[in-house]
Design a protein around this ligand. Structure first.
Ligand code: ATP
Ligand code: MG
Length: 364
């Protein structure tokens, strides 16, 4: 058997970027041989193994055919006869279809190195169209490598357009799509992900709610400030109507934290922008809805999302809101308990005290 380093590790080494995880490809081996060498299979019908010592992923060379069912709609065909070239040709991009052997020689049958040098994201073969997820992957790589000057090759964009028009993007599972969206949002130029999807018609298939949306500037700002995923998702969805927010959240089964923050930004961003002018009662209602007493982090993320939308202009409302939350939180429940209050009465009294605290805060 021959073992090659493949995929992102080869690409990122050539780009001079840090390599996070290494994928290995095994040519000329059977499942039985791998197990005899102590490799542990990852899944039942997926020819991937973990190295007994390093835990890195080793995949048997495979070709694939599309099928209506099974894992992600694919059946895999792995056999010791599958060659390196046959395996590489079914990968998405030429820059992802390079392999390095044990002597450090580069095997690059589809000219990925030339495309790296030309800063081109180019599909390897027409088989690209067999997995619509690749449309999202290309958009994600465009977002990641935008700072290096990469762009999508014209013929690849054309193919992505065809895939989008075929309606196949809608057949992707929520889980597969979200994984790409999540990773794309965490890249340094996440707005490029959306722009590329828009330019190939994929956005109107996947996120039609965003088609008319005016700006990606808040999302870009959130990436510049290394904001966490939920803040980036909320920035992307900012300005949408509640029904659209809900639809997007549910379509991709976004994690609860992302869903909540997007909905809260939708409901309260305008109020936050006017925080210093708000009546204390309105401010209190907002703090109660956020449950800032038990969920201070979520309120902090909310303020961050509002701040990002100010695009680097001063956002004194942020400090004002933090101060207000602090004032409401500082109300001590102990004297109320000592006065014998409990249940609903206690809740009402606490609210009253918090309102007083906010009145004092506003007056100060
Ligand atoms: P990253 O740095 O994000 O890990 P990567 O290129 O290593 O980038 P992986 O998702 O780890 O991406 O996949 C490893 C390799 O497997 C890719 O480089 C590519 O060759 C191939 N690959 C992964 N998913 C697909 C897909 N859906 N279609 C075609 N090839 C794929
Ligand atoms: Mg990888």
């Amino acid at each position: 058997m021959q073992i090659y380093k493949v995929g992102g590790a080869v690409r990122d080494r050539l780009l001079g970027r840090p390599v996070s995880d290494v994928d290995w490809l095994v040519v000329g081996a059977t499942v039985e041989q791998m197990q005899a060498e102590g490799f542990r299979p990852v899944g039942a019908d997926f020819p991937v193994f973990l190295h007994p010592r390093t835990g890195e992923e080793y995949a048997l060379a495979r070709t694939e055919r599309k099928s209506g069912r099974g894992y992600g709609g694919f059946t895999f065909h792995a056999s010791p006869e599958v060659t390196l070239e046959e395996d590489l040709v079914r990968r998405d991009l030429t820059i992802n279809a390079m392999a390095e052997d044990e002597h450090g020689n580069l095997h690059d049958p589809y000219h990925g190195k030339a495309d790296l040098e030309q800063r081109l994201l180019r599909h390897v073969s027409p088989a690209f169209a067999e997995d619509p997820l690749r449309v999202l992957r290309v958009a994600r790589f465009a977002a990641r490598y935008a700072p290096l000057g990469f762009r999508v090759a014209d013929e690849t964009l054309q193919l992505m357009r065809q895939i989008a028009e075929s309606g196949e993007l809608q057949a992707l599972t929520a889980e597969r799509s979200w994984k790409e969206i999540e990773r794309a949002l965490m890249e340094s130029e996440p707005q490029v992900f959306i722009e590329v999807l828009r330019s190939c018609g994929g956005l109107s298939e996947l996120m039609p709610e965003l088609e008319g949306a005016s700006t990606l500037a808040a999302l870009h700002q959130a990436a510049r400030h290394q904001q966490p995923l939920a803040v980036r998702w909320a920035c992307l969805l900012r300005g949408l109507q509640p029904a659209a927010l809900k639809a997007l959240n549910q379509r991709f089964k976004a994690p609860r934290e992302c869903q909540e923050l997007a909905m809260l930004v939708g409901e309260f961003a305008e109020r936050a922008d006017q925080a210093p002018q708000l009546e204390p009662a309105s401010l209190l209602e907002m703090l109660q809805k956020f449950d800032v007493y038990r969920r201070p982090k979520r309120f902090e993320d909310f303020i961050a999302a509002c701040e990002m939308a100010a695009l680097g202009s001063e956002y004194p409302q942020g400090e004002y809101l933090r101060g207000a939350a602090e004032a409401a939180r500082a109300v001590d429940v102990k004297p109320l308990l000592e006065a014998g209050l409990a249940g609903q009465g206690l809740g009402e009294a606490l609210k009253g005290e918090r309102l007083k605290a906010l009145e004092a805060y506003k007056a100060a």
